[in-house]
Design a protein around this ligand. Structure first.
Ligand code: C5P
Length: 309
């Protein structure tokens, strides 16, 4: 029997939050050495990559709840991932990438890196390349420091630029309420503001906080809530002062912990269960200081092929 090669692959990829984000001094290459603990959460983009007509090139189409501000030119991270994959593995460069976005752009949830990770996985499957995780990470890391984690998902410690991933043990499921903003923050601008705020200070090399890992191992959301820390948070709040008001609403309504995710502006509130999450979501919505609110849980697994046509 002849096997028919696939013409489209659909991948579902989750967003991430950082439970710890410790930022070291700026290095000579302009990046900062970081130590972070990632958790994937149940907020997903769906990325479909299909063979396209000869001569059409690589095109990207965006649909869904969070299309505003997503580039559709070659600066789109999934397009960049596709170009890199085509170049490295000599693939045909007529491809259509269709992204249904639920992960906000420039939100600190690694939405762009998620789409790049999904594209790498989709092309691996479409052209039956059978790449190893390490090969996919090597393609993805220069596109975005978060891409390797977005491929793996779950819970992991990230070192280097955040691109060197070690899986971490985590038990239980954690409930989060996310306060989303319709206007993103630029990651380089937030790192730049972090440098400005720390000018003249001695900045230590970052280390993993064992208390975060112990809380995850013990499935203890109360302990986890107390250990959440993000060194970029003062910078995000400095650039977007309204974030402080949002963090205050979480404290007022008994969130177990509140943290700006990555470079922001998304704020993540850890809650004890679904009912607590619903109460906090209602409070945040009626506070008038939040654009939109969504409830998620984590950890979930990383980018996954969901359909092959
Ligand atoms: O790797 P990614 O494209 O996500 O990084 C965007 C920008 O964020 C970088 O150009 C750099 O300015 C900053 N960054 C950093 N240190 C990191 C990760 C990102 O300074 N570890």
């Amino acid at each position: 029997m002849t096997r028919i090669a696939p013409s489209s692959v659909l991948v579902r990829v989750p967003a991430k939050i950082n439970l710890q984000l410790s930022v070291g001094p700026k290095e000579d290459d302009g990046y900062h050495g970081i130590v972070t603990v990632f958790q994937s959460i149940s907020l997903y983009d769906d990325v479909k990559v299909s063979l396209a007509e000869a001569g059409s090139g690589i095109r990207v189409d965006i649909a869904g709840d969070h299309t505003h501000g997503v580039p559709i030119d070659d600066s789109n991270l999934s397009t960049r991932a596709a170009f890199l994959m085509c170049e490295r593995y000599d693939l045909p460069t007529d491809l259509k990438i269709e992204i249904v976005k639920s992960i906000p752009v420039a939100g600190g949830l690694a939405g762009g890196s998620a789409d790049a990770a999904a594209t790498i996985l989709a092309l691996d499957s479409l052209f039956e390349l059978a790449l190893s995780r390490d090969e996919m990470h090597a393609i993805g890391a220069p596109i975005g420091s978060d891409v390797p984690f977005m491929l793996n998902g779950g819970t992991a410690v990230g070192r280097g630029r955040g691109d060197q991933i070690t899986a971490a043990l985590s038990r239980g499921s954690y409930h989060w309420v996310l306060a989303l903003s319709s206007i993103g923050l630029s990651t380089p601008a937030v790192y730049g503001e972090c440098d400005r705020l720390r000018a003249g200070m001695q900045v230590a090399e970052p280390h993993v906080n064992d208390k975060v890992l112990q809380a995850l191992l013990a499935a203890d959301p109360v302990a986890l809530g107390k250990t959440l820390v993000n060194d970029l948070q003062p910078a995000s709040c400095s650039l977007r002062p309204a974030l402080r008001l949002i963090l205050d609403v979480g404290d007022e309504y008994g969130a177990l912990g509140s943290i700006v995710s990555g470079s922001g502006p998304t704020v993540a509130f850890l809650v004890s269960d679904e009912d607590h999450g619903l109460d906090l979501a209602v409070a945040l919505t009626s506070s008038g200081v939040v654009g939109s609110v969504t409830r998620v849980n984590g950890p979930v697994s990383g980018a996954k092929v969901t359909e092959i046509y």
